[in-house]
Design a protein around this ligand. Structure first.
Ligand code: 26V
Length: 754
């Protein structure tokens, strides 16, 4: 950059920084980043990646961009000298909530790593005006509000590029917006987001309800519009097709501009299909290639060689199957192609379970992906093995060469450098700065696992981060917590398979124990962050139970000094950045076999928290790396769980009847303390579900969870240095979970970019 940061910012502000408002400084910083990011754009040679995803959970971008451009320290100091604080300016940036959880955040981490590794790779998605809902607690329940984040000035720039997209016989114009993605000491890529000019927030009728009929006005208003009715489900197909049709046109236009004849498309483009939401890109590309004179068989071959598919879940309800009548209504132009693909798939196997269109007219998007892409990957070793051996076994028999694993990762720039400057500084002073780009170098910390002075400093850093979190919780929602307590955190989407309800039962158990005079070895602050899908009743019941229990405990002074529950309202990337550096115990307690990977587990580990978890998802790989003395594992194995499902012999009631502690905790849900503050209907429904159904087998793991968590609390209380040694080992072993490693593997095995 020519001239100093302060000269440049003064010029962009048009006045001395001392006299500029924070907002003027913010806008100047936006322009500075854009200018510098623009200078790093390189012309693409060879193959370029297009990562298509319904979600990109980017989080705020200012600090991250400043770090990636190497400007963070200079800007912070310059602002301080002129009477501003970077942290205040960060507050002005709206957070785009263009994602739900791990899948969307993974896409954002991948974009960061692609740019950092100087690989040509752009994202393609939708510019939702309100993203996921904003969560507000009222009367101990989740309510949903729109979360508008678009302002006149922002990272996503409107372009003049529009593509026609035909939906249910009407042609809409999809406009391209572009957002620069900076790499750490690396290049700049783009996130391409499509939108319609006609979308209009005034069709929102209250909360996140809206008029679902006027597609031109509502199409990109929300991520996952309520799909509990047919209009909502149709809207999801409208959204998906807008994204893939405009995306496919963009890809073909870019490739043709670089000299591609389309017969050689796989030499110019690699397309990664992030879960099944973008699967219609397969028939859409075939359609566009046919339109340009390429025959069906060749088009199928081109598309298969260009596209690859990532599976992120084995939960049946999330493996999208659309009624063909819906597709006939919204995308009639694709149906003949999908039928041809189904016929072709049926020639490859007489096994009806691998068909695309089933006997009942359901169109299985994942099946289309596996047949007509060259790669299907799972997101952690165990997940991929389960796909191969059970969920997708029939496909694995057909195409063993297509299946591969890519264990997820996280970007260390956001999840260490940006969110935990204290720990970053300490690590740098111990092993130098190389870990910022070469995450494996964190292993250099291992010899320090017995160094008393280092361990004490680590403890001090955690304590300071906990004090920061305590201040933030008080300012944000008036929650007062003691940083001397142990902080356990479970933050992730609310879903019964993730088993926030297991944590709930533990907390009720502790409530009884403390009242009986059995004090825990250390006070515990149990922190939750989670949004429940608006139509997911039991998930909302679990939130209600936790909020109600939190109030019950707050009003019971003899318990409150030992146990507290804080449910962070509206958990999002910004909240995660405050919570993760302040965590002692990371709760990763899903029912084994159900969590494909988890990525929060990696973020907590990197920030020096110890995991309490089941042998599920990437927990398995964390355990392998840190060793059993540095992680608290409990519960049934995935093999046992799968066996129980196959046998169909799980009866929650038997566990309830057999274990008095469990019975006491479950009955407490509808006992007088809870009913005095909570809803009998909601708490009764949750109790009934746990006793009589419990699809995600919470009860069999209850005892093991009590015992293991008790051990963690005792170790933390009685051997603080030993605990810090576990934390240090976790940090040292986190290098494998860098998304730089994940992206390098995708490139080596699937994409072959550049
Ligand atoms: C499904 C549904 C169904 C109900 C409506 C909302 C909704 C939203 C998304 C999905 C897709 C679920 C797939 C998913 O998010 N998988 C997560 O992917 C992470 C990144 O690979 C992984 O770490 C998590 O374990 C996995 O749950």
């Amino acid at each position: 950059m020519n001239g100093s940061v302060s000269e440049k910012l003064t010029q962009l502000c048009g006045k001395p920084l001392e006299r500029a408002t924070d907002r003027e400084v913010y806008l100047a910083l936006l322009r500075l980043v854009e200018e510098l990011a623009g200078q790093r754009v390189e012309p693409v040679r060879g193959r370029k990646l297009y990562y298509i995803s319904a979600e990109f959970l980017m989080g705020k971008l200012l600090s991250n961009n400043l770090i990636n451009l190497g400007l963070y320290d200079q800007v912070r100091d310059c602002l301080e000298r002129t009477g501003h604080r970077l942290s205040d300016i960060e507050e002005l940036e709206p957070e785009p909530s263009l994602g739900n959880g791990g899948l969307g955040r993974l896409a954002a981490c991948f974009l960061d790593s692609l740019a950092t590794l100087n690989l040509p790779g752009d994202g393609i998605g939708l510019r939702y005006h309100c993203g996921l809902f904003r969560q507000k607690f009222a009367d101990g329940r989740q309510t949903e509000l729109p979360d508008p984040w678009l302002t006149d000035e922002g990272w996503a720039k409107r372009t003049d590029t529009v593509y026609p997209v035909e939906l249910a016989g009407t042609v809409y114009q999809a406009r391209l917006y572009r957002l620069a993605v900076t790499g750490y000491n690396g290049g700049t890529n783009q996130l391409n987001l499509f939108d319609l000019d006609t979308v209009d927030e005034s069709v929102i009728t209250g909360g996140i309800a809206m008029d679902k009929t006027c597609v031109d006005k509502n199409l990109t208003l929300f991520l996952y519009p309520d799909d509990s009715d047919e209009a909502g489900r149709l809207l999801r197909i409208y959204q998906q097709y807008l994204m893939v049709s405009a995306g496919a046109q963009l890809i073909l236009a870019e490739c043709e501009a670089r000299g591609c004849t389309l017969h050689d498309l796989p030499d110019y483009a690699a397309i990664q299909i992030n879960d099944t939401h973008p699967s219609m890109v397969i028939p859409e590309l075939i359609r566009l290639l046919e339109q340009r004179g390429i025959g069906f068989d060749e088009a199928v071959d081109i598309v298969t060689r260009t596209c690859a598919y990532t599976n992120h879940t084995i939960l049946a309800e999330a493996l999208e199957t659309w009624p063909r009548t819906y597709l006939e209504q919204v995308v009639p132009q694709l149906m003949p192609i999908i039928q041809q693909l189904d016929a072709l798939a049926r020639t490859r196997s007489d096994d009806g379970t691998t068909a695309i269109i089933d006997d009942r007219g359901g169109v299985h998007m994942a099946h289309m992906d596996i047949h007509f892409t060259h790669s299907t990957n799972g997101v952690a070793a165990l997940h991929t093995e389960i796909l191969k051996s059970s969920e997708l076994a029939n496909f694995y028999k057909l195409y063993p060469e297509k299946f591969n694993n890519k264990t997820n990762g996280i970007t260390f720039r956001r999840w260490l450098l940006a969110c935990n400057p204290r720990l970053t500084g300490e690590i740098e002073s111990l092993i130098g700065p190389g870990f910022k780009q070469g995450a494996g170098q964190l292993e250099g910390l291992l010899p320090l696992a017995r160094d008393r002075a280092v361990l004490e400093r680590l403890g001090g850093i955690k304590r300071a981060n906990k004090e920061d979190l305590a201040r933030w919780l008080e300012e944000k929602q008036g929650a007062r917590v003691d940083p001397a307590a142990m902080f356990s955190i479970q933050s992730k989407r609310l879903h019964a398979y993730k088993r926030q309800q297991l944590n709930l039962l533990y907390l009720i158990h502790q409530y009884f124990e403390i009242q009986a005079g059995h004090m825990p070895p250390v006070p515990l602050v149990s922190i939750f962050g989670a949004k429940a899908a608006p139509a997911y009743t039991i998930a909302k019941d679990i939130i209600h139970a936790l909020l109600t229990l939190s109030a019950v405990i707050d009003e019971t002074p003899e318990v409150r000094q030992w146990l507290q529950i804080v449910f962070v309202e509206n958990y999002n990337v910004t909240a995660a950045e405050k919570m993760i550096p302040a965590c002692d115990l990371s709760e990763q307690i899903s029912l084994a076999s159900k969590e494909a990977s988890g990525t929060g587990n990696m973020k907590f580990m990197l920030n020096g928290a110890v995991t309490l978890g089941t042998m599920d998802g990437a927990n398995v790989e964390i355990a392998q790396r840190v060793g059993e003395e540095n992680i608290y594992i409990f519960g049934q194995s995935s093999g046992q769980v799968i066996h129980r499902y196959d046998a169909g012999d799980y009866r929650a009631r038997e566990w309830y009847d057999a274990d008095p502690n469990l019975r006491r905790a479950i009955d407490f849900l509808t006992g007088p303390e809870m009913l005095a503050r909570g809803s009998a209907e909601s708490l009764g429904r949750l109790r009934d579900d746990l006793m009589n159904s419990d699809w995600f087998q919470t009860l069999p793991d209850f005892n093991a969870y009590l015992v293991r968590k008790g051990q963690a609390l005792a170790d933390y209380a009685h051997d603080p240095l030993g605990w810090q040694s576990k934390c240090l080992t976790n940090i040292a072993k986190a290098g494998y979970f860098s998304s730089d490693r994940t992206i390098a593997e995708y490139d080596r095995d699937i994409w072959h970019l550049g």
